[in-house]
Design a protein around this ligand. Structure first.
Ligand SMILES: CC(C)(COP(=O)(O)OP(=O)(O)OC[C@H]1O[C@@H](n2cnc3c(N)ncnc32)[C@H](O)[C@@H]1OP(=O)(O)O)[C@@H](O)C(=O)NCCC(=O)NCCS
Length: 308
């Protein structure tokens, strides 16, 4: 079968939504979209509709790949083939087209996240040279927030508490305060040794800043940790958190627990979610301590197109 390829900018929104929803109809999590949600995704994740592709069987759109671009980095934001047309080479055709476009644009890397159980997608990405770089988790809590992190969090923002009662304590006072997003975003880059996944990095968070709140902890005048979160009818959404890399792991955990405790105190929601937070580090320990369970593991994969 010969397939035609067109650009996402050349397809109407209703057909694109129908194609996307068909391709993701039996997916691991509900990612069904409507036009407004898909437009939001395109805008938030810097999807380039002129550099993203649709495969056609005659007039019928049968597959789509979305390429996001930030500087020299590319991101496969979504890739799917109509269920009735899978296993016929369409996915590979589209991915190869997206990668040749990435090279043409001079990108140095392309990254993506894939559900760890999605063996067919992982097989496709591995075949094309992507390698796993780390594990991320989707986290959920559907129980009342646990008690405050030991050592208690200040009752009011800006007040002080002693933190001399926790493991690996800093033996000093921690202040927690709400901060404008513009004040938090530099910390997202400074506090993460590997930048957060595409949806949680500063370039994404800035686009949601009207819906997100930032809390930052300080010891003396130095920022020690941040959390960015949102509150909606669906519950609490923890978009991202991290602590200063100059602290040891136990201190980073302790600082983030203080912040997430402060969030739970101020926005006490039974239902809470956190997306694509790294596994096997202090961030996982923080979420578990705050009552979250892992609901889905993801793999972050990267393909280097240029070596320095
Ligand atoms: C993953 C997906 C895009 C693959 O597209 P596809 O058109 O079915 O895949 P192709 O026919 O082009 O296969 C290309 C390669 O993918 C892998 N692959 C695809 N389907 C597979 C399957 N059922 N089992 C094992 N490997 C599979 C193989 O490596 C295959 O290469 P091979 O033919 O040399 O073995 C498609 O299954 C899909 O849309 N799934 C639902 C949405 C989704 O999971 N998207 C990915 C999100 S990260």
């Amino acid at each position: 079968m010969e397939y035609g390829i067109g650009r996402v900018s050349g397809i109407d929104m209703d057909s694109l939504v129908e194609l996307f929803n068909d391709a993701y109809s039996d997916y691991y999590v509900d990612v069904q979209v409507n036009p407004a949600r898909l437009r939001g995704l395109i805008e938030r994740e810097d999807i380039q509709v002129d550099n993203s592709f649709v495969a056609y069987e005659g007039q019928l759109p049968v597959g789509v790949v979305f390429l996001g671009v930030r500087g020299k980095r590319g991101y496969i934001c979504g890739m799917g083939v109509r269920t009735s047309r899978q296993r016929r080479g369409v996915g590979e055709l589209l991915m190869r087209r997206a990668l040749s476009e990435s090279r043409r644009l001079g990108l140095s890397s392309v990254q993506l996240e894939v559900v760890a159980a999605n063996r067919r997608a992982i097989a496709l990405y591995s075949k094309l040279g992507f390698v796993p770089v780390r594990d991320l988790g989707l986290w959920e809590r559907n129980t009342p927030p646990p008690a405050q992190a030991s050592g208690s969090v200040p009752a009011d923002h800006g007040t002080r508490t002693r933190r001399d009662d926790v493991t690996a304590p800093l033996q000093t006072e921690v202040r927690v305060g709400a901060v404008r997003m513009a004040g938090v975003l530099p910390l997202v880059d400074a506090f993460n040794e590997i930048r957060p996944c595409w949806q949680n990095e500063a370039q994404s968070l800035v686009k949601m800043s009207d819906r997100l709140v930032g809390y930052v902890s300080h010891v003396d005048s130095a920022a020690t940790a941040y959390v960015v979160f949102g509150d909606s009818a669906g519950g609490l959404y923890v978009a991202d958190f991290a602590a200063a890399p100059r602290l040891v792991s136990a201190q980073r955990q302790s600082m983030c627990e203080i912040l997430l405790s402060a969030v739970d105190r101020d926005v006490p929601r039974m239902s809470a979610k956190a997306f694509n937070i790294p596994l096997q580090g202090y961030q996982e320990a923080v979420l578990r301590a705050r009552g979250f369970d892992l609901t889905l593991a993801q793999q972050e994969m990267v393909l280097c197109l240029k070596w320095r």
